[in-house]
Ligand binder design. Structure first.
Ligand SMILES: Nc1nc2c(ncn2[C@@H]2O[C@H](COP(=O)(O)OP(=O)(O)OP(=O)(O)O)[C@@H](O)[C@H]2O)c(=O)[nH]1
Ligand SMILES: [Mg+2]
Length: 296
C-alpha cells in the first residue's frame, strides 16, 4: 500500500520548524537562524520512500503580527491549516508551554486534520522534565501522537516518519521522486543570501531586507553558475549598514552565501550582490506581492 499526503509544519516562531523540515528530508532546503521570523514563505519538501511520499509544508512562525509583512507571513501559515492531511505542531521543550503555543493550539481546534505534537529541542532539557511537559500539553488538546525529537541531532526523526506513515491515507505519488522541493533554484539561492543577512547584519536589517535573484545562469561546460541578486532595504540608512565599512559587511554576506550555494548546487558560483532602496516595501501590498510574500 502506497501512503501519501500533505503534512503541515506549524508553530510559533523559532521553535525549529525549518530545522525539522531539513531533518525529515535529510537535506537543507529551508534556511534556519536563531532569530524569530526567519521563514517568510510556505516551503514544500518532498520525502520519498518505497511505500510512500510525504509532502512537508514548512510555514512562517505564527505570532501576534502588527506589520503588513508579518501579517502576510502569519496568513501564509494559517492558510495551510485547512489543506493538509496531518499537522505537526512544533514546540520547543526548552521553553515549556509558551503562550504562543497555546494560541496556535486554539487555532488548530477549528480544523479536522489530525495533529501530532512534535516536542523539539529535547537535547536541551533534562530527561526527567519531558514526561511532565507531555502531560501538560496533553491536557490542552487531543493530539493524535506526541513525539519528542531533536531536529538538531536527529533523535526521534525516524520514529516521527514512521508515525506519519501510519496516519497518512493511501494515495498517489504527487511529485516525481527525484525532486526534493517545489521551490526553484532561484528561490533557494535568494533564501541562502537572506540567511546570511539575518545571521550577520545588525539592528533591524534582518527584518527589512528582501532578496531577489535577477540572474541565474548555468555554464555547464565550466561547472559554473553566475548569480546576480538584489538585496532590497527600506531606507538609505539601512543601505549603509548593510554594505558596511568599505563594503565589508556585504562582502562577508556574499562570500558565506556563495560557499553554501557551491555546496548545494555542486558547482562553482560567481555571485554578485546589489543593494537597492525600495522605500517602505514591508508595508506596501504591491511590493509584498512582487517579492513573493503575498499571493492574494
Ligand atoms: N538545541 C536545539 N536547537 C534547535 C533544534 N532545532 C532547531 N534549533 C535551533 O532553534 C533555532 C530556530 O530554528 P528554526 O528552524 O529557524 O526555527 P523556525 O521555527 O523555523 O523559526 P521561524 O522560521 O522564525 O518561525 C535555531 O537556532 C536552531 O538551530 C533542536 O533540536 N535542538
Ligand atoms: Mg522557519
Amino acid at each position: 500500500m502506497f501512503k501519501s499526503g500533505f503534512v503541515g509544519i506549524v508553530g510559533r516562531p523559532n521553535v525549529g520548524k525549518s530545522t525539522l523540515l531539513n531533518a525529515l528530508l535529510g537535506e537543507k532546503i529551508a534556511i534556519t537562524t536563531h532569530k524569530p521570523q526567519t521563514t517568510r514563505n510556505r516551503i514544500t519538501g518532498i520525502y520519498n520512500r518505497p511505500d510512500g511520499q510525504y509532502i512537508f509544508v514548512d510555514t512562517p512562525g505564527i505570532h501576534n503580527a502588527t506589520t503588513p509583512l508579518n501579517r502576510t507571513m502569519v496568513e501564509t501559515a494559517l492558510d495551510t491549516f485547512g489543506s493538509v492531511d496531518l499537522t505537526l505542531l512544533v514546540c520547543a521543550a526548552t521553553e515549556g508551554i509558551h503562550p504562543g503555543d497555546r494560541a496556535v493550539i486554539e487555532k488548530l481546534k477549528d480544523y479536522d486534520a489530525p495533529v501530532f505534537l512534535t516536542i523539539n529541542k529535547i537535547d536541551g532539557i533534562e530527561k526527567k522534565l519531558l514526561l511532565p511537559l507531555i502531560d501538560e500539553f496533553r491536557a490542552l488538546f487531543s493530539f493524535r501522537e506526541i513525539i519528542p525529537v531533536s531536529a538538531r541531532n536527529g533523535d526521534g526523526i525516524e520514529i516521527l516518519l514512521n508515525e506519519i506513515g501510519e496516519v497518512l491515507p493511501e494515495g498517489p505519488r504527487y511529485f516525481p521522486d527525484d525532486i526534493v522541493t517545489d521551490r526553484t533554484e532561484r528561490f533557494i539561492a535568494a533564501e541562502m543570501i537572506r540567511e546570511k543577512i539575518m545571521l550577520l547584519a545588525r539592528q533591524e536589517i534582518p527584518y527589512v531586507t528582501a532578496v531577489a535573484v535577477d540572474v541565474f545562469k548555468e555554464d555547464e561546460a565550466r561547472h559554473l553558475i553566475r548569480i546576480q541578486a538584489t538585496v532590497n532595504v527600506e531606507k538609505d540608512s539601512q543601505k549603509g549598514i548593510l554594505i558596511g565599512k568599505k563594503g565589508s559587511m556585504l562582502k562577508e554576506i556574499g562570500s558565506q552565501a556563495r560557499r553554501e550555494m557551491e555546496q548545494f548546487f555542486g558547482a562553482r558560483v560567481f555571485l554578485e550582490l546589489f543593494v537597492r532602496v525600495r522605500k517602505d516595501w514591508t508595508t506596501d501590498e504591491r511590493m509584498l506581492r512582487e517579492f513573493g510574500y503575498k499571493d492574494k
